[in-house]
Design a protein. Sequence first.
Lengths: 113, 116
Amino acid sequence: DAGVIQSPRHEVTEMGQEVTLRCKPISGHDYLFWYRQTMMRGLELLIYFNNNVPIDDSGMPEDRFSAKMPNASFSTLKIQPSEPRDSAVYFCASSITRNQPQHFGDGTRLSIL
Amino acid sequence: AQSVTQLDSHVSVSEGTPVLLRCNYSSSYSPSLFWYVQHPNKGLQLLLKYTSAATLVKGINGFEAEFKKSETSFHLTKPSAHMSDAAEYFCVVSDLLYNQGGKLIFGQGTELSVKP
């Protein structure tokens, strides 16, 4: 049974470039979450979707960040333009319902130079 | 407002000795509480959850946690540490509104080291 799949696992790019992170949730899970993890701020919820619809994006840092979920099996988190302070590990998680445990992917380690 | 405090940023134990990771929470509602574990370069994995059933919750890999409302605590324990337990542990709280879209609030994490 495949878990949450994220790609790429590592991304190194220069400041100002567009970055796209990808996530494939577990099949049958109706909720998808994007988190960011840093040493300073810990784990932060950026946005979550229910049935492909964004429900709460209050954690998205600024307009440079955007997330989409075009179908039940795919979501993207995009940063444009990227800045060094965006360097972090980004996690995607999914759950069957809102009150069931979330299953996390292995994350994307993003470094902006 | 809901919050969670993990009282130790780092805990070190010897293999075979007990583990205690401390967590205090604050919640305006009847909370749901979780412990997650994160191994290096991996995502978070659910260890156990409390959702107002039995106050002593058993999880995977021999871990358990006890919900104490009077102390607003949800400490994680294991009788005997194994080298493979070395990881980061997160205490997580949600509130009554979780079923209706409430959010998970993560603690800052406790790094567990296990010495041979």
